[in-house]
Design a protein around this ligand. Structure first.
Ligand SMILES: C[S@@+](CC[C@H](N)C(=O)[O-])C[C@H]1O[C@@H](n2cnc3c(N)ncnc32)[C@H](O)[C@@H]1O
Length: 240
């Protein structure tokens, strides 16, 4: 029987989990931390806020959010892939032991993006990094993100996209077709995962369509911001 997209994606992340952080840094030329910082500004986090980091992976976004909400806040990271979530948990524990940031406010849990185990209006902000491309239904995922956000709270999505600057497009195409699968395959041993990565970016709807989906999910003040010439894009919207 053919595997569902959900199963394929879960298995793929389980396989590449051990080298995920290293490859994230190498393949984004270390831009991913700055992109997350820009996305967090859109989430308008205050000290004491409750945040959901959906598809948290190795918890980098959750750790960055925890620094902003401080010791009085709460950051919940949810992911459906247990091996990558365990690596996230180890990283969080190390930060707690080293007393770095506000990592002890982080709780990690298993869960799927289109069926979140939280009541309506639970979080002040819901953030997601580099995962909307991977979910089986973008509409169902955004609807869940909006559902668990409290009225007046923000939903923020950061994902990899296609460059908007024309001169960047051929270079990026070359980079995607050769560098990504080669370097990704060499380091992770899973070349197919790093062939899926450019395919998923190409298959991701353009920013105006994602913005439309955000509005359909009930969000208002929806806007998007391309980063680094469109290599990544932030979408944000407020729950009325
Ligand atoms: C590219 S990683 C991003 C991890 C993290 N957000 C970051 O900023 O580095 C994508 C993550 O999304 C998770 N994921 C993909 N589809 C999911 C789904 N339907 N429900 C929950 N998690 C999902 C994967 O397991 C993986 O950890």
């Amino acid at each position: 029987m053919a595997q569902s997209k959900e199963q394929r994606v879960r298995e793929m992340f389980a396989q590449i989990a051990p080298t995920y952080d290293l490859l994230n840094t190498l393949l984004s030329c270390n831009l991913h931390h700055g992109w997350r910082a820009a996305a967090l500004r859109c989430a308008r986090l205050r000290p004491g806020a409750r945040v959901l980091d959906l598809a948290t992976g190795t918890a980098d976004f959750a750790l960055a959010a925890a620094r902003q909400v401080g010791d009085g806040g709460l950051v919940v990271g949810v992911d459906f892939c247990l091996p990558i979530l365990r690596l996230g948990q180890t990283k969080v524990r190390r930060r707690v032991a080293a007393r770095r940031g506000a990592a002890r406010t982080i709780r990690l849990a298993a869960g799927s993006a289109d069926h979140l185990p939280f009541p309506d209006d639970t979080f002040d902000a819901v953030i997601m990094g580099y995962a909307l491309r991977n979910v089986p239904s973008i509409a169902a995922c955004l609807a869940e993100m909006a559902r668990v956000t409290r009225p007046g709270g923000w939903v923020v999505n950061l994902d990899l996209t296609r460059p908007v600057r024309r001169w960047l497009q051929p270079l990026y195409h070359l980079y995607q077709e050769s560098v990504m699968p080669f370097v990704g395959g060499l380091i992770s041993g899973r070349r197919s995962a790093y062939r899926y990565l450019p395919e998923s970016i190409r298959g991701f709807p353009p920013p105006d369509r994602i913005a439309e989906e955000c509005r359909r999910a009930g969000l208002e003040q929806v806007s998007w911001q391309p980063l680094s010439g469109g290599l990544a894009t932030i979408h944000s919207g407020c729950k009325p």
